[in-house]
Design a protein around this ligand. Structure first.
Ligand SMILES: Cc1cc2nc3c(=O)[nH]c(=O)nc-3n(C[C@H](O)[C@H](O)[C@H](O)COP(=O)(O)O)c2cc1C
Length: 353
């Protein structure tokens, strides 16, 4: 039994947001006390076969932390010491926001899933920018996820994204535009051509690079194709597939399935992998695959479907701090089994294009 499997019944007896806050405090403490070196020794799998070069950066391994876990960019070093190859912080919005009233995060244990309607609770671009200014950032690449403040009207969304980028952008190794969260009213309507061109165009003009677009898994094929044509027209650098879904698969067991919000975790895995494949078949820019990654096999499926990198959030909640070690170690075995010399060689192995 790992320390996390021992502690999990306790953590899971708490409301999910309380458990998250506790884990977050633990990570902050580890960071302050420099326990991160010990953690890194315990959890990091170092092997050149895992390294991926894309977006102008060298990622030591393909697995990163998805947006939403470190909304305020407070525990980047601690997360990297758990063996993750990159960390995406945020969603950051121009204004500091409380988010939606609690409870707003629900565990669906039997389903290995979470439903959340956090609503972009975060310290806001000014404070997060100042925090990043004084933080000693780790060597792994840092992504910054940018969302829209709730009070900013949709017609002026681009000003909001631009404001945030101007405050935090210099610290980002890549910038992610999030118009795919289901928890800010109307946000997802900005995923049409006009909305995307306005927001992505404004950030691109401001110098955001590499610039990636994060997609909703609920977009139909035509809408994804439209989004990809904007990515190509504006010469953007990558796509993240996917955010959480508002769909509720029939298979869900837990009573919390009726809660409003975005569903993540195991029930999203197949749909997210399909989206990765759909995108990778139609574009040459790197794809980051996210949704239901719990194991090396899950990560490998997304890589073979065309993901250069993968991310996890819900997997970290259910599997705990050793998830990166398990996935990276497991990936090495899968590469060996299938005769690949590196992760990079396996990217897109299942694609027919
Ligand atoms: C509590 C919670 C908060 C999230 N916040 C954000 C966010 O601020 N921005 C964003 O782009 N995605 C956010 N996400 C979505 C994740 O980054 C990820 O795309 C999604 O959860 C699917 O991955 P998973 O199945 O590994 O959790 C959030 C997810 C959860 C569970």
């Amino acid at each position: 039994m790992t320390p996390y499997t021992a502690a999990r019944p306790f953590l899971f007896s708490l409301p999910p947001e309380t458990a998250h806050t506790l884990a977050y405090r633990g990570l902050r403490l580890a960071q302050r006390t420099r326990a991160t070196d010990l953690l890194a020794e315990r959890y990091t799998v170092r092997d050149p076969r895992l390294a991926v070069t894309c977006l102008g950066e060298r990622f030591p391994n393909p697995l990163g932390v998805a947006a939403g876990f470190d909304k305020n960019a407070e525990v980047v070093t601690a997360l990297s010491s758990l063996g993750f190859g990159h960390v995406e912080v945020g969603g950051v919005t121009a204004e500091a926001q409380e988010g939606n009233p609690r409870p707003r995060m629900f565990r669906l244990r039997e389903d290995e899933a979470i439903i959340n309607r956090m609503g972009f609770n975060n310290d806001g671009a000014d404070r997060i920018g100042a925090r990043l200014d004084r933080t000693d950032l780790p060597e792994v690449p840092l992504g910054i996820n940018v969302g829209k403040s709730k009070s900013t009207p949709l017609e002026r969304a681009e000003e909001d994204y631009r404001y945030t980028y101007d405050r935090v952008g210099e610290h980002a190794d890549f910038v992610v535009v999030n118009v795919s969260s289901p928890n800010t009213p109307g946000l997802r309507t900005l995923q049409n051509r006009e909305g995307l061109e306005r927001i992505l165009g404004a950030l691109s003009d401001a110098g955001a690079s590499p610039l990636l677009l994060k997609l909703s898994p609920d977009l139909r094929a035509k809408a994804i194709e439209t989004a990809l044509s904007v990515v190509s027209d504006l010469d953007l650098d990558g796509v993240i597939a996917t955010n959480t879904t508002t769909e509720r698969p029939e298979s869900l067991q837990n009573v919390n399935r009726v809660e409003d919000g975005g569903l993540s975790g195991r029930p999203l895995e197949t749909r997210a992998t399909e989206c990765v494949r759909f995108v990778a078949e139609r574009t040459d820019v790197p794809v980051i695959g996210v949704g239901g990654v719990f194991t090396a096999e899950d990560a490998y499926r997304k890589i073979r479907a065309g993901a250069s990198l993968v991310q996890t959030y819900t997997g970290l909640v259910y599997r705990g701090p050793s998830i990166a070690r398990e996935i990276n170690g497991g990936l090495l075995g899968l590469l060996d089994r299938d005769g690949f010399d590196s992760v990079e060689e396996a990217v897109g192995a299942d694609l027919t294009k």
